[in-house]
Design a protein around this ligand. Structure first.
Ligand code: DX5
Ligand code: ZN
Length: 229
């Protein structure tokens, strides 16, 4: 079996995270290896339960096999109710970053500590209607805030313009609190909004359709890197 050095140093400031949801699932190993060869920084993995969001993506066996081939940071976005049930499972499957939804957690502070106790970075995703101000009392415990720039559940949706305002508000909150939190944008990212999102304060850009449905995904990732350098 091939082994890869994971968690390679992240050289540039803006990280690009192709969302595997838009890959060809009949050619998953091919698509994972393509991302390995690209300038992408992270693999973004969308797990949906058909309850928190009106769609079901894929589950543990797919992530387990995918992780065997991936040589970059594995960023798992849980769109599921009661995510506490699966924190250890996702750690064992190879997740490096585990993001739960604010709207799915009753005891968010406890959930974040449980994620970190399993050796992962702890992320919190906010739906488009959820204010960043709600993170005021917990921001110092969060490694990554994922701002949803579409309603979660599907790839290929249109970017919600209000996201820019949320990025700026979140950046201000992080600075005011002296927190060490990355800002990730998820949904509808393209070459048309990438640079402006970074300008507003984004650190990680997730891109699904824009990368995988393009003619040359490796060149598309390189273009996103260049636009956000
Ligand atoms: C949406 C997912 C996204 C999605 C992004 O619920 O969380 O990660 O894959 O796909 P695009 O980039 O196509 O909007
Ligand atoms: Zn996602």
């Amino acid at each position: 079996m091939l082994t890869f050095a994971k968690n390679l140093p992240e050289m540039s400031r803006t990280l690009i995270a192709p969302s595997v949801l838009a890959a060809d699932f009949a050619n998953l190993q091919r698509d994972v290896e393509m991302i390995n060869r690209s300038e992408a920084d992270w693999f973004h993995i969308d797990i949906m339960d058909g309850v928190f969001v009106p769609n079901i993506s894929f589950g543990m066996p797919v992530l387990r096999d995918l992780a065997k081939h991936a040589n970059k940071t594995i960023d798992v976005h849980l769109m599921i109710v009661d995510p506490d049930r699966y924190i250890k499972t996702f750690a064992d499957l190879g997740s490096d970053v585990l993001t739960v939804h604010y709207e799915a957690c009753t005891h968010l502070h406890r959930t974040l500590q449980a994620i970190k106790a399993e050796g992962m970075q702890a992320g919190v995703a906010l739906n488009p209607h959820t204010s960043v101000a709600l993170l005021e009392d917990v921001i110092q415990d969060i490694d990554l805030v994922c701002l949803m720039s579409v309603n979660p559940g599907f790839g290929g949706q249109k970017f919600i313009e209000n996201t820019y305002e949320k990025v700026r508000a979140l950046k201000a909150l992080i600075e005011r609190k002296g927190a060490n939190t990355k800002i990730e944008i998820d949904g509808g990212v393209t070459d048309q909004n990438a640079a402006a999102l970074v300008e507003a304060g984004a650190d990680v850009l997730v891109a699904g359709s824009f990368v995988f449905k393009s003619e040359d995904p490796i060149a598309t990732v390189a273009n996103l890197k260049a636009l956000t350098a």
